[in-house]
Ligand binder design. Structure first.
Ligand code: ATP
Length: 357
């Protein structure tokens, strides 16, 4: 049986609470099934790394991640870091950039037992992760922004055929496994060249997938359509900043930001990361919803199953996901989704359901 080396980065705010939950639930699934072996490698990131190494994303952490099969990343509270770190890429931006994790996959689906504003919906958003309107991703050195005078700043947006092509292929491949529909989200009517290239290249890639229907929509219009008829969408593909904003909206419409998972991946590495941030307002109170990171860990297992052609990991993912779903169906919920369960109580309930399955 193969052993998978998994990095664990607890991060800031609610990070230690939710990441611990993911490690415990994964451990429980392994204990119950004996389907795989994991070697968890804990690595410093965020405030802990600043205290120990003087850097929120130390080189030692990046070097150690190179030796893993994938990792679980907690959130970071980068706005609270000392001033010398605030002009740099934040820890997850740094890892996405360093490892060229170009694809950020963010599903938003309604789950039985979790109230949703959107009605029933099951959508996956592919967010291009390496360029676009996130200016700090666009430079080899520097921030991608220029202070022209005291009152004038220029921020860069970068769009390349290479990056658009690879994220478009990811989206179309996923659509083939689902309801075979891709919506390209852009603003080509105003940002004619950058967003125009995004739309044009996605349309070109679409020709290689004649079995998949493609349409496109302006970013502002899509927010309205999501609120009114989220159920009609299957797969969306968009640039970095549009994707960040759209996925928070989709997550909240589907239930709660605390429920929303993601992975960031290239062909060889994947990073599981909940969509939400470090939620400093509730940190340390044992009330955070761990579902976002739990479902992200499920996505990581499924990605590893595909990458290493290992069906036992897909089965482990199914067992873990079912454990979380059953817990929610049984009415065990954290505060953000209308319940009273603490983070640790929710985690325990999931473990009990996995153990008893
Ligand atoms: P970032 O910029 O890092 O994405 P943010 O400032 O946009 O972070 P979050 O930290 O995601 O915001 O928090 C937004 C709101 O959602 C806060 O009120 C927070 O308490 C709540 N929230 C976020 N994650 C969770 C969670 N896992 N469980 C419960 N509430 C959460």
């Amino acid at each position: 049986m193969a052993t998978y080396r998994i990095g664990v980065l607890y991060g800031d705010g609610i990070g230690p609470e939710i990441v611990q939950s993911a490690v415990e639930v994964l451990d429980e699934a392994v204990r119950k099934t004996g389907l795989a072996k994991f070697d968890f490698v804990t690595l410093p990131m965020g405030w802990e790394a600043i205290r120990r190494h003087g850097d929120p994303m130390p080189q030692t952490t990046k070097d150690a991640l190179k030796e893993t099969h994938g990792w679980i990343m907690g959130p970071h509270d980068s706005v609270s870091y000392p001033p010398e770190f605030r002009d740099r890429r934040n820890p997850s931006g740094e890892l996405r950039h360093c490892f060229d994790l170009y694809s950020n996959v963010r599903p938003a689906r309604t789950i039985p037992g979790v109230p949703s504003v959107a009605g029933e919906a099951d959508l996956v958003i592919f967010r291009e992760n390496t360029e676009g309107f996130y200016s700090d991703r666009n430079m080899y050195t520097g921030s991608g922004e220029w202070h022209v005078s005291e009152d004038i700043v220029i921020s860069s947006g970068v769009f390349t055929r290479k990056a658009i092509t690879r994220i478009a292929h990811e989206a179309f491949r996923m659509a083939r496994r689902r309801r075979k529909k891709v919506t390209v989200v852009h603003k080509a009517n105003v940002i004619r060249l950058g967003s125009g290239l995004f739309l044009m290249v996605c349309r070109e890639v679409a020709k290689e997938y004649p079995d998949v229907t493609v349409d496109d929509c302006h970013i502002d219009a899509v927010t309205v359509h999501l609120v009114r008829r989220m159920r009609d969408f299957d797969v969306m593909v968009t640039e970095n900043m549009f994707g960040d904003i759209l996925t928070d909206l989709a997550a909240e419409l589907a239930g709660s930001l605390g429920m929303a998972p993601s992975i960031n991946n290239n062909e060889n590495q994947a990073m599981a990361q909940a969509v939400h941030g470090s939620a400093p307002d509730i940190a340390g109170k044992n009330v955070a919803n761990p579902c976002g990171i739990l479902f992200s860990a499920v996505m990581l297992l499924n990605w590893l199953a595909d990458r290493y052609n290992d069906d036992s990991l897909a089965e482990l993912a199914r067992i873990m996901e079912q454990g979380v779903m059953k817990t929610l169906e049984d009415g065990v919920r954290t505060r953000d989704i209308g319940g009273t369960a603490t983070t640790t109580a929710f985690t325990k309930a999931v473990r009990q359901r996995i153990a008893g399955a």
